[in-house]
Design a protein around this ligand. Structure first.
Ligand code: NAD
Length: 281
């Protein structure tokens, strides 16, 4: 087990990842360029711990201890002491490439450098460092404290040792790892995003209303959430970014993002996080 974990990006995924590691007894440093994101992350983690207490999944006496294990920092240098770094910053290739090249100069030797990217090539991210053997994909699902799955993705140069440590660690924090190949969108989003994109086309073409499309998928397919509510939950900017990576990387027009999705993102309608997407929040 690593003693110290650094989580880069304290958005909805970063705060969930920090929560889960801290709840497993590890010291966590959340690093985000935005002080607002850092303070919001603490509020969200506290509220999610309260929810676990209500459900009987956590003793109320443990809440303060979990929160006390989470520090907040703005500079990447704060990742220096970590033996595991999980990057969960915005889904953007150039941003992640820059973070990993900077991280390579900061992180201690032997540290595992994981990325929570939804779609970007682990091999390409790893190539920004001088230690590609230590770079791996650790793709958590949203909301992290609730969802069981972690997709584990090796890059071309990822070592057996790094992979074995991440598979073991994933189980230690109570999650189930599934190893998949480094391919645009991996498995989860390769299957999920075309469904979400098709639902957006159905809205654009007037096949159904937002509510009727979601109701068809909930009642007809037994999905717990409709695809448009799920897209709002994931973040429409993140959905668009993932579709772009799949469209570029796989070269098949079936992955082209729906123009209506682009329009919403251009308007700043990003879903729950901006309080407006296919639904108003
Ligand atoms: N939203 C989902 O359902 C979901 C699920 C699985 C994986 N992911 C992946 O997780 C990652 C984060 O997604 P999210 O939904 O949490 O996004 P988000 O928009 O909620 O948060 C991203 C955070 O990254 C921060 N950030 C930007 N640049 C940074 C930098 N240089 N250094 C440190 N922090 C920086 C932003 O300030 C923001 O707080 C993405 O790669 C995304 O694809 C998202």
């Amino acid at each position: 087990m690593p003693e110290q974990v650094a989580v880069i990006g304290a958005g909805q995924m970063g705060n969930g990842i920090a929560h889960v590691f801290a709840q497993s007894g590890l010291e966590v440093t959340m690093i985000d360029v935005s002080p607002k994101a850092l303070s919001r992350a603490r509020t969200v983690i506290a509220a999610n711990l309260d929810r676990q207490i209500k459900k009987g999944a956590l003793q109320s006496a443990d809440k303060d201890a979990v929160l006390a294990r989470i520090k907040s920092e703005q500079a990447l240098d704060a990742a220096e002491a970590a033996s595991l770094v999980v990057e969960a910053a915005t889904e953007n290739r150039d941003l992640k490439f820059k973070i990993f090249s900077d991280l390579d100069a900061v992180a201690r030797s032997g540290a595992i450098l994981a990325t929570n990217t939804s779609s970007i090539s682990i091999t390409e991210i790893a190539a920004r460092t001088k230690r590609p053997e230590s770079v791996i994909g650790m793709h958590f699902m949203n909301p992290v404290p609730v969802m069981q799955l972690v997709e584990v993705i090796r890059g071309l140069a990822t070592s057996d040792d790094t992979t074995a440590r991440v598979l073991e660690l994933t189980k230690t924090i109570g999650k189930t790892p599934v190893e998949v190949r480094d391919y645009p969108g991996f498995v989860a989003n390769r299957i999920l995003m075309p469904m979400i994109n098709e639902a957006v086309y159905c809205v654009m073409e007037g096949v159904g209303t937002v509510e009727s499309i979601d109701t068809v998928m909930k009642l007809g397919m037994n999905h717990p959430m409709g695809p448009l509510a799920l897209a709002d939950f994931i973040g429409l900017d993140t959905c668009l970014a993932i579709l772009e990576v799949m469209h570029d990387g796989l070269g098949d027009p079936k992955y082209r993002p729906c123009p209506l999705l682009r329009t919403y993102v251009a308007a700043g309608w990003l879903g729950r996080k901006s309080k407006r997407g296919f639904y108003a929040y």
